[in-house]
Design a protein around this ligand. Structure first.
Ligand SMILES: O=C(Cc1cc(-c2ccc3c(-c4nc5ccccc5[nH]4)n[nH]c3c2)n[nH]1)Nc1cccc(F)c1
Length: 274
């Protein structure tokens, strides 16, 4: 069906995404749905020459259905703007929780990584590489479930698009730092970085003062753990942060890893990844 801006009651702003703002809105007609309406300005999209990327992101996200992937229900536009009807995530942005707590407990981190691995298995099953996994792109549903919210850099595998290195380098694997061909295995590396950051509060190869040194530390896999990290957690992270993409632990193995299994919510039935 065709949607228009006047189908919605406007709520409060939820955040400033890239290229535009996101508002909490509700449909006027029954059943009243709450969703996150993202506005993208056509002028900005044209100026930044990202039209193709936005089209790809819409096309990818519209066809994804997974409990840990934020839904894109549809979109519409007027002469100046494009409007995206995105799923409303009841508990907001994960990185705000991470900065509020500093870091998460092993149990909370393990449950998030369990959900991430499930979502990534689903995406890779559709030959979608995310390529931009980081706390800023994750949202939390009303029951605290994790939702991957952004596909700005996802491509159909295998990708080797030269990407402008905007944003953090912390999640880049060696093969992308070295501009080599990359596959879905870049997401395995990022999953390792994410696990580390959830538990320690900062990414493993970060050097706040020098971008070059972050590159160097990534290429060297210069991985150090604080003493309080459990052996199981260190084992999983080390098996994901392997220089050689082929050596990285497969997602199916992540889902069976002791550090993931021991914290898995009892009685939670996992929808088998289709
Ligand atoms: O730009 C994004 C990603 C994106 C998602 C969001 C976003 C931001 C916030 C929310 C929220 C939300 N819930 C909250 C609850 C409390 C406080 C804040 C909250 N934000 N729910 N859903 C959201 C979605 N901003 N940007 N997707 C996109 C872009 C272009 C094309 C396309 F198909 C998708």
């Amino acid at each position: 069906r065709e949607w228009h801006l006047n189908d919605f009651d406007m709520g409060r702003p939820l955040g400033k995404g890239k290229f535009g703002r996101v508002y909490m809105v509700r449909t006027k007609s029954e059943p009243k749905y709450i969703l996150a309406l993202k506005t993208l300005y056509k002028s900005e999209i044209v100026q930044s020459k990202v039209e193709k990327q936005i089209r790809r992101e819409i096309e990818i996200q519209q066809n994804l259905r997974h409990p840990n992937v934020l839904r894109l229900y549809g979109y519409f536009h007027d002469e100046k703007r494009i409007f995206l009807m995105l799923e409303f995530a009841g508990k907001g942005e994960l990185y705000k929780q991470l900065s509020k707590h500093g870091c998460f407990t092993e149990k909370r981190s393990s449950r998030y990584i369990d959900q991430m691995a499930d979502a990534l298995m689903y995406l890779h099953g559709k030959h979608v590489i995310h390529r931009d996994i980081k706390p800023e792109n994750l949202l939390l549903g009303i029951n605290g479930e994790l939702k991957i919210g952004d596909f700005g850099w996802s491509v159909h595998a295998p990708g080797n698009r030269r990407m402008t290195l905007c944003g953090t380098l912390d999640y880049l694997p060696p093969e992308m730092v070295e501009g080599k061909e990359h596959t879905e295995k870049v997401d395995y590396w990022a999953l390792g970085v994410l696990t580390y950051e959830f538990m320690i509060g900062n990414p493993p190869f970060e050097d706040r003062n020098s971008v070059n040194n972050t590159y160097r530390r990534i290429a060297k896999v210069d991985l150090k753990f604080p003493s309080h990290i459990s052996t199981d957690a260190k084992d999983l992270i080390s098996k994901l942060l392997q220089y050689d993409p082929q050596k990285r632990l497969a997602l199916s193995e992540v889902l069976r890893h002791p550090w993931i299994v021991k914290y898995r919510q009892k009685g939670v039935v996992r929808e088998s990844a289709t």
